[in-house]
Design a protein around this ligand. Sequence first.
Ligand SMILES: [Zn+2]
Length: 141
Amino acid sequence: MSDWSKVTRPIPVPNQWTQPFWDAARRSVLELQRCQSCGHFQHPPYATCVQCVSTDLKFEPVGGKGTIYAYTIMYHTGDKRFAPAVPYASIIVELDDAPGALLAGNLLGSPYTDAKVGRRVEVIFEKLNDDITLPQFRLAR
Ligand SMILES: [Zn+2]
C-alpha cells in the first residue's frame, strides 16, 4: 500500500474562484459551485455556468459519497515528492449530490488495485497546513 506519510505535497494556491471551495474544505465540508439559474453543479469553479452561461453562481454543501468515474494508476515519479506513494490510484469521482461535477483526488487507505470504475467512495479531509485541507477519497464504508 502507498506510504503517503512520506509524501511532501505541493500546496494548492486558491484564487478568487476556488477560495470558497478551500474555505469549506478547511471546515471538513465539501462545497461545490452551483448555478442558481439552471441548478447545474460544476467543478472546478468558473466565472460562468458551463451549461447556461449564467453568472449567478453560489457554493452549496454536498455530501461526500460518490462513484469512481475514471481512474489512472500512477507508476512513474515525474514529481519526486510522490515517489514514496507510487504506485497509487488517482481517481475522478462523480458525487451523488452533484451529478456532472467531477472531483479529482487520490484513493487513500486501499491498494491501488481497488480503484475500479463504478466503485463507491467517500470523501476524507487531509489537512496539509493551517490554510489548506485537501479533499481525498477512500472506499465507502
Ligand atoms: Zn446554469
